[in-house]
Design a protein around this ligand. Structure first.
Ligand code: CP
Length: 308
């Protein structure tokens, strides 16, 4: 197979496990390219890509822009905070105006779940979901799984605990869907108030005690508390959350086992994870960021091929 089954990347839900393997194999090649002295290839020389960020981002926005430039695409960047959205322009009008400038692909981050799916029903260009509200963050899940594949090889039977604010996390849902498609076992852990109703129906185990989760897992993917999406009242205070769910060195040392630590960023140091864990030799956090460029190059390259 040399083509994706989809012409958009809206969510992991739509990808087959063959799609994911194709993305990984393509990313292997691009990882080699970006470690060369000359990190650029001409693959997308005739393609124009618009990065439309209606929500804040550091990693995803810069990673997409770098991936596009490494592939020799022409790139335009849009931030809603400095745009005519502030004058009342709609999402669809904004995107149609961008497309009128002969743009081929849209990367979009939006606070509304389903915004990329809505666009896909109204426009012709390829769309990549760079995070839609609390729904999905497919490129994050792919770079996370790719990083695990580089460390562990086949993910079949690998035990991954996703710990933190599961309820508000698009990373959690996309990771659950990707890891299950790749044969891993997944546990979600956090306060019951931060668990989506019926989360077990996704084929994961729910655990409220972080020590039990850490005793079970090979990998802990630690998520931040998404205060910007919460109405409050999910737990008494950040201090209390950190006391019961924070991942710290003392807790890990008491388990007498090695656990690989992941975090999608941004990190709230001293809340969900302490610095001596985030920065330890068992942490994949900066490798996740590094691998994000190769994964996004692979997705852009494969989707561009899907239109030709
Ligand atoms: N992981 C992630 O999506 O980070 P940003 O919000 O900085 O893009």
């Amino acid at each position: 197979m040399s083509q994706l089954s989809q012409s958009h990347l809206l969510g992991i839900k739509d990808l087959t496990s063959e799609d994911i393997q194709l993305i990984f194999e393509t990313a292997d090649n691009f990882k080699e390219v970006i470690n060369r002295p000359i990190k650029k290839v001409p693959s997308l020389r005739d393609i124009t890509i618009a990065n439309l960020f209606f929500e804040n981002s550091t990693r995803t926005r810069l990673s997409f822009e770098l991936a596009e430039k490494r592939l020799s695409a022409d790139v335009i960047n849009f931030s809603s905070s400095t745009s005519s959205v502030k004058k009342g322009e709609t999402l669809l009008d904004t995107v149609n105006n961008v497309l009128a400038m002969k743009v081929d692909m849209i990367v979009i981050r939006h606070s509304s779940p389903g915004a990329p799916h809505f666009l896909s029903k109204h426009i012709e260009a390829n769309i990549i979901n760079a995070g839609d509200g609390t729904h999905e963050h497919p490129t994050q899940a792919l770079l996370d799984a790719f990083s695990l594949r580089l460390k562990f090889g086949d993910l079949t039977g690998l035990k991954v605990a996703i710990i933190g604010d599961i309820l508000h996390s698009r990373v959690a849902l996309s990771n659950i869907l990707a890891l299950k498609k790749l044969g891993a076992e997944v546990m979600v852990c956090g306060p019951n108030t931060l668990m989506p109703p019926h989360v077990e129906e996704l084929g994961v185990v729910k655990e409220l005690d972080v020590r039990n989760a850490l005793q079970w897992c090979d990998v802990a993917n630690v998520l931040r508390i998404q205060l910007e999406r919460q109405q409050g009242g999910y737990f008494p205070s950040l201090r209390e959350y950190s006391l019961y769910y924070g991942i710290n060195r003392k807790l890990l040392d008491s388990l007498n086992k090695e656990i690989t630590i992941m975090h999608p960023g941004p990190i709230n140091r001293g809340v969900e994870i302490d610095s001596d864990v985030a920065d330890s030799q068992h942490s994949l956090i900066l490798q996740q960021v590094e691998n994000g460029v190769a994964i996004r190059m692979a997705i852009l390259y494969l989707l561009a091929g899907a239109t030709s």
